[in-house]
Write a new protein. Sequence first.
Length: 357
Amino acid sequence: MEWIRYFIFLEALLAMFLAGGLFFKEANLKSRTISLLMAMFGVHMLIFVYGSSELANIYPVFEGWFYFEIGFLFGPVLFIHLQSFLLDKRKLKWCDLIHLLPIVAYWLFYGDVLFIPSEERLAYIHANFLTRTMTWNYTLAIQMCAYGLANLVLVVKSRHSIAKRKYIYAVVLVLFYLIATAVITWLTWFADGWRDFAIYYLLISLLIFAVGYVVYFDPQFYKALRKKYFSSSLDESTMTEISEKIEKAFNQDMIFLRNSLNIRMLGRELEEKPYHVSQTFSEKIQINFNDYVNKHRVIYAKGLLKDPNYQQFKIEAIAQESGFNNKVTFYKAFTKFMKVTPSRYRKDHLVNRNNRQ
């Protein structure tokens, strides 16, 4: 047991080191969330080393703190990371705070224990482990299973709209999370004590060690693996051909006016596989599908907003005519590309036209 703790401790430090590198790699939601995941794994392993050793008896001040809070964050952070990767989510929204509800509930119903003086808290937790602490172990296991299912559904629903290498990356992440969830759920129900959770943390630490070793000591292996499984399945000429088809479909056929347009539908129209179309957007056109569609819709809407024949049309009607499903989406897209709302754009154009007359 002792050597496992030392090994896990070293791997926790490696996880924190890797998290720092990922955090400063790129200033976007993708890098920040995967960095946060790695850092949380590292801290969770340090908590295990602390709680399963004599340190908890000698320095009980941290007993009961952070284990559940971090555990409740694994699923949500992975979910947001997958959203940023698969759905091009670029920033957090107020609605994302809903992911924190289990932590709030934990503080409300277990917070009294956390603020008991250190030595008394240690004795209380040991005496009431089955009646109070185990309840939150079960809750954590159930929450992890729920997020495992949610992450799996998100990946499956996105499989036709993303490039193959992105899909493989997402599948690997979700599979690892599901395996970790299965292990910790089994341990929650059948482990005799916290020391038995060494299996779970050993699994995590071995994965981190393997990734760290390959990236640092054998980069050629990583490059070969990437070339074999993650490199583009389309050559430049094929992507050029697909991009020309896309340009024709948008500029001549105005396919963007279909408010139900998605990448699978576009693939059928172009007689191309959806993930090839997605790959062409990301690697050749270098803009994601939703932005490309909305940009064309906004350009079309600009013409309607300036057209005297459409002056009596409400903004919502202009949105529908331009291919948008609702006014809210239209406002967001228009403001994003034009830096002004549709109403303001129409008003400013009307003022300029009256001044010219």
